[in-house]
Write a protein that binds this ligand. Structure first.
Ligand SMILES: CC(C)(COP(=O)(O)OP(=O)(O)OC[C@H]1O[C@@H](n2cnc3c(N)ncnc32)[C@H](O)[C@@H]1OP(=O)(O)O)[C@@H](O)C(=O)NCCC(=O)NCCS
Length: 155
């Protein structure tokens, strides 16, 4: 490898999550980016449940073989959703997050999705600017949720 090749950053590619090579890396990334305190958000549980529905809407960004970002999407026939948008701190501010969102959007649009929603945790408001640049705006809604203890390991 010459000096020029060494200086050039490795390209980041977007593709489907593959359980063999990606699981431990994704768990490590999510723990470092989100830190999880509740059983129902346990990364291994989230991955298992997502793979079980076989919807092909779980993607990673990889630089060579290293996972540097994730996005999970969902489509229920009415709305599309984005979850687990995360980029490793070493690869931020270089378009990886935007690329992940656009990659997931294309998959949702191909399924006929007419609106895509996402939630931002209280305290993470600055990230609205990231989504605004991608065409999202704040919906005047109250978000509610309910954990199902018998499926979430919290029973
Ligand atoms: C949010 C996140 C995914 C963005 O990833 P990224 O690869 O750095 O994003 P990009 O490089 O594609 O940034 C695109 C634009 O959004 C802006 N942006 C990125 N992260 C931002 C943040 N946290 N706050 C405000 N603006 C942000 C950038 O300035 C950039 O604007 P520009 O094109 O005018 O320079 C990444 O910061 C991250 O993993 N954060 C922690 C997890 C998180 O908050 N996820 C979202 C949960 S809802």
């Amino acid at each position: 490898m010459n000096d020029l090749e060494q200086a050039r950053p490795s390209p980041v590619e977007f593709g489907p999550y593959l359980d063999g090579p990606h699981r431990l890396q994704v768990i490590g990334l999510w723990q470092s980016v989100f830190g999880y305190e509740t059983a129902h958000n346990r990364p291994s549980l989230a991955i298992d449940r997502k793979l079980a529905v076989q919807d092909g809407l779980f993607f990673v960004a990889a630089s060579r073989d290293r996972v540097v970002g994730t996005i999970m999407a969902g489509y229920d026939g009415h709305r599309g959703w984005l979850y687990s948008v995360a980029v490793d701190s070493s690869h931020r501010m270089s378009g990886v997050g935007s690329g992940l969102v656009r990659h997931a959007e294309r998959a949702l649009v191909a399924r006929g999705c007419v609106k895509i929603n996402l939630q931002i945790r209280a305290g993470n408001e600055p990230v609205t600017e990231f989504y605004r640049a991608l065409g999202y705006c704040v919906d005047e809604r109250i978000s509610m949720g309910k954990v199902v203890p018998e499926n979430a390991g919290e029973a």
